[in-house]
Design a protein around this ligand. Structure first.
Ligand SMILES: C[S@@+](CC[C@H](N)C(=O)[O-])C[C@H]1O[C@@H](n2cnc3c(N)ncnc32)[C@H](O)[C@@H]1O
Length: 252
């Protein structure tokens, strides 16, 4: 898979999903957002950047407490959704850019806070992404990463499930791997937190890949084991599961 192909796959996938993604309630779930905002340690005057901002859910949440927020994403259709959210929330302190997380279109040392949520698992080179986040962050600034972190024992099955659901998935990192990237960049870890993000399978899968995913979840549930590490169960509305999400914040 060359880089162009991967980028094309990302843009194709998220162009198709943009509207549905923007409207799914779990992406703005209040408890998860509160933990994320807490990790950002917002204070007056903060200038923030949200990398791979998608439909601007986190960027807008930060903008309510910051001086200014910029959101950058590689998928133009996601930026269109972000602009609509900004208008709906009546916010004026946001700007949006189309750009690649591995070559952020910003000077060095220009933001106090740099975040990225639910994105590292789409990246071919998450280390370079964190390197770019560090480059654009001012000294004494904060970097916050939020993503699914399966346990080392479940990572292979988790990646298999995610690639079935979403062909633009590369690999999920486990929590220790994310912490290690921060250590290698000399960042000072200040927050380790997390949450389980509960979801319904058929709300997150395309009709074309739902049968294969259902078979995979069924085999976990029927065998009474949790090979995928997402605690899948059958409810009256269909198969449900949770994403194991970690929040890691560092100071430079
Ligand atoms: C699962 S969505 C998350 C969106 C948003 N961060 C959120 O938490 O709601 C992943 C986003 O990453 C973006 N993305 C993937 N690879 C990217 C890259 N190399 N540079 C910038 N954005 C990227 C996609 O376009 C998509 O909007």
């Amino acid at each position: 898979m060359n880089e162009d192909t991967h980028e094309r796959r990302i843009v194709d996938q998220f162009t198709r999903w943009a509207e549905r993604f923007a409207q799914l309630p779990i992406h703005a779930e209040a408890g998860a957002m509160a933990r994320t905002i807490h990790a950002c340690a917002l204070r007056p005057g903060v200038e923030a950047l949200d990398v791979a901002c998608g439909p601007g859910i986190l960027a807008c949440a930060i903008a309510h407490q910051a001086l200014h927020v910029t959101g950058v994403d590689i998928t133009p259709a996601m930026i269109t959704q972000a602009q609509a959210r900004q208008r709906a929330e009546g916010l004026t302190n946001l700007a949006w850019r189309i750009g690649d997380a591995v070559a952020l279109p910003f000077e060095d040392d220009v933001f106090d806070l740099v975040t990225t949520r639910y994105s590292l698992h789409h990246m071919k080179d998450p280390v370079s992404v964190l390197g770019e986040m560090k480059r654009v962050c001012r000294p004494a600034g904060r970097i916050v990463v939020i993503d699914a972190t399966p346990s080392p024992a479940t990572r292979v099955a988790y990646d298999e499930m995610e690639r079935l659901r979403d062909p633009s998935h590369t690999c999920a990192l486990d929590l220790e791997q994310i912490r290690e990237i921060g250590r290698d960049f000399g960042l000072k870890e200040v927050v380790i937190d997390g949450y389980r993000l509960e979801a319904q399978l058929d709300a997150l899968a395309d009709a074309s890949n739902l049968p294969a995913l259902t078979a995979m979840f069924d085999s976990d549930i029927d065998a009474g084991r949790d090979r995928i590490g997402i605690g899948a169960w059958r409810s009256s509305t269909g198969i449900r599961f949770y994403f194991p999400i970690s929040i890691v914040a560092w100071e430079i």
